[in-house]
Design a protein around this ligand. Structure first.
Ligand code: KIV
Length: 306
């Protein structure tokens, strides 16, 4: 598959065809009141699983800085690192809409620079839309005019960590609620295609969702948004930190992976891996090449963990 002419449709893990999710399809889901499912994923294996279960939108989030690269916050991740991961996810995702996060610093300067960086995500990595944080109306307009769909992101915007003084719920006063509402309308008027609302009171997200024609996708924004997004690693306990209030754990991959690695190590220590069946064999006729058999070679490695 070429990265630049992607037009595939997906297939579920059981072989059922999954139609390609497009931006008009997501807009239609809002009109019909059908909830949109979204996850942030960062590599081939996890995004393939996510795509095969029929998730509507996969975001290569800049949270990969923390979740995958081990940084303390999202600020350090670079355009090249985001492109590298977006390409890997592109190879896996056939059904979902693929959105790439523009990292901190890649769209904060001149609008033309933001557009040039966004073009790279579409051209070099196969993203179908880019996400940018904050009410950057002029940039949204320029990107849309350049045929690059934009997902807005308002409320708790992690790239504003230092300005916010921490990851705090936003829009909790009448004044900040009105500002958020105005920003949401401004992004929609600039033709953003979707709006992520993060870390805002449920009541505020509900009002904005009802007022906007474009779908809202919530994270820590209550159940009244048009869709929900979480980080896949949070869902399966792979983030090594106590989960935020809005995270629901659906599985424990850490336990599964730790146990597998532990059993593997123990099997090696106890000569239980690999077994004879897991080994290649020299054809009987060629045994002569080995010379005389060593005396009473112990028959190890034939047992398996029960
Ligand atoms: O990077 C990220 O994980 C996000 C969230 C909205 C899922 O931007």
């Amino acid at each position: 598959m070429s990265l630049t002419n992607f037009s595939g449709a997906g297939v579920s893990s059981t072989g059922v065809p999954l139609p390609k999710v497009t931006l008009p399809a997501l807009a239609e889901m809002k009109r019909q009141g059908k909830p949109i499912s979204a996850l942030a994923a960062y590599d081939y294996a996890t995004s393939r699983l996510v795509d095969e279960v029929g998730i509507d939108l996969v975001l290569v989030g800049d949270s990969l800085a923390m979740v995958v690269l081990g940084h303390d916050n999202t600020l350090a991740v670079t355009v090249d690192e985001m492109l590298h991961h977006t390409r890997a996810v592109r190879r896996a995702v056939r059904h979902a809409l693929l959105v790439a996060d523009m990292p901190f610093g890649s769209y904060h300067g001149p609008v033309a620079e933001g557009v040039a960086n966004a073009v790279r995500f579409v051209k070099e990595a196969g993203a179908e839309a880019v996400k940018i944080e904050g009410p950057r109306v002029e940039l949204v307009r320029a990107l849309t005019n350049a045929e690059i769909p934009v997902v807005g992101h308002l409320g708790l915007t992690p790239q504003s960590l230092h300005r916010m003084g921490g990851y705090r719920v936003q829009a909790r006063t009448a004044e900040t609620v009105q500002r958020l509402r105005a920003d949401a309308h401004a992004l929609a008027e600039a033709r953003a295609c979707l709006l992520v609302l993060e870390g805002v009171p449920r009541e505020v997200a509900a009002v904005i969702t009802a007022e906007l024609e474009i779908p809202t996708i919530g994270i820590g924004a209550g159940p009244d948004c048009d869709g929900q997004i979480l980080v896949f690693h949070d869902l399966v306990n792979l983030t090594f930190a106590p989960p935020a209030k809005f995270v629901r754990r659906y599985g424990d991959a850490a336990e599964l992976m730790r146990t597998a690695a532990e059993h593997y190590r123990e099997d090696i220590e106890h000569h239980l891996f690999p077994s004879d069946e897991e080994s290649y064999h020299l054809p009987q006729a060629e045994h002569v090449a080995l010379g005389p058999e060593p005396e009473a070679a112990p028959k190890l490695h034939t047992l398996r963990r029960a």
